[in-house]
Design a protein around this ligand. Structure first.
Ligand code: UDP
Length: 324
């Protein structure tokens, strides 16, 4: 059993990762400032409340637990907010990650799994997206993730850090056993908003554009079950044991679903039609983002266990109804 420090372990993907770590026999120690995370989501190991920018607190936690590796989720992740307030994103995402890397180096720690995003690609030249495509993010959120990847890569060269950045496509769903799930405030993601629109017809979901060059005119995304993401992090830890240097892996299913297909799937799974209205395109939304998943398969031995969007919806729906 190894102790793993999980920054952002009180958040959506971080809490699922803690569950996956515990199931694999590790002890997850959550380090979270609770600015956006939820203490009740920390159920599989201790919670150490602290900010990534607080170096002395971070040092004290590293000294206390002597973790074998870090899984680094803690970050702000709203594209729109990052456009309005880029300083917040640079300070928290980049400054926080730099502090973490320095603290890890000082403590002699050399294993890191980093929570990255397909937003590092911006509007890629071809589909599906491979890891070798140009990194050209189109918003400050994606820029901060790209910059942190570069910092990690530099540290791998300079002092032997071993690291894997996992570039998520569209995280969706909830723990199939109902022990944790999604809870963003405010919620901006499609799937939870569709489910809210089913529960409360006075809050219709808006389709952001129906005039894209896609089969039904709405945007296509690669939705990936959060439990599959969590499992990929544990496999990445295993891969770090034998590996060196820095690598990046896409995490998606390799299949795209349009906004209208997600809405139809939600109707099918819940038996109720969501209230829907049409809206303008959301600035910065590329028409289609789908992962090439070959690298995650080969490097991590990872394959999604819940590739069907219907399962993501069913698990998210069960979670939502449990919160009521
Ligand atoms: N979307 C939408 N209405 C919403 C939220 C999202 O039509 O209220 C669309 C959005 O344009 C994108 C897809 O759903 O094509 C997924 O958006 P989300 O914000 O969930 O994730 P993103 O792709 O931005 O990471």
């Amino acid at each position: 059993m190894s102790t793993i420090l999980v920054t952002g372990g009180a958040g959506y993907i971080g809490s699922h990762a803690c569950k996956a770590l515990a199931a694999a026999g590790h002890e997850p120690v959550t380090y979270d400032n609770l600015s956006r995370g939820h203490p009740e989501a920390v159920r599989w190991g201790p919670l150490e409340t602290g900010d990534l920018l607080d170096r002395s607190r971070l040092d004290a936690v590293l000294r206390r637990y002597r973790p074998r590796a870090v899984m680094h989720f803690a970050a702000f992740a709203y594209v729109g907010e990052s456009v309005r307030d880029p300083g917040l994103y640079w300070r928290n995402n980049v400054g926080g990650s730099l502090t973490l890397l320095e603290a890890m180096h000082a403590a002699g720690m050399e294993r890191l799994v980093f929570s990255s995003t397909c937003a590092v690609y911006g509007e890629p030249p071809a589909m599906p997206i491979t890891e070798s495509m140009p990194l050209a993010p189109v918003n400050p959120y994606g820029v901060t993730k790209r910059v942190v990847e570069q910092m990690i890569s530099d540290c791998a060269h300079a002092h032997g850090l071993r690291a894997i950045a996992l570039r998520y496509f569209n995280a969706a769903g909830a723990d199939p056993e109902g022990e944790t799930g999604e809870h963003h405030e405010p919620e901006t993601h499609l799937l939870p908003l569709v489910l809210e629109a089913i529960r409360d017809p006075s809050r219709p979901v808006t389709v952001f554009g129906r005039d894209y060059p896609t089969p039904d005119g709405s945007c296509v995304r690669d939705y990936i079950h959060v439990t599959d993401l969590a499992r990929a992090h544990v496999l990445a830890l295993d891969a770090l044991e034998g590996g060196t240097g820095f690598a990046a892996c896409n995490l998606g299913t390799g299949r795209g679903h349009s906004v209208l297909e997600v809405i139809e799937a939600a109707r099918r799974v819940t038996g109720k039609p969501p209230a829907v209205r049409d809206g303008e395109r959301r600035p910065g939304d590329p028409p289609r983002l789908v992962a090439d998943t070959g690298s995650a398969r080969e490097r991590l031995g990872w394959r999604p266990e819940y590739p069907a969007v219907d399962d993501m919806i069913a698990h998210a729906w069960a979670w939502l109804n449990r919160q009521a």
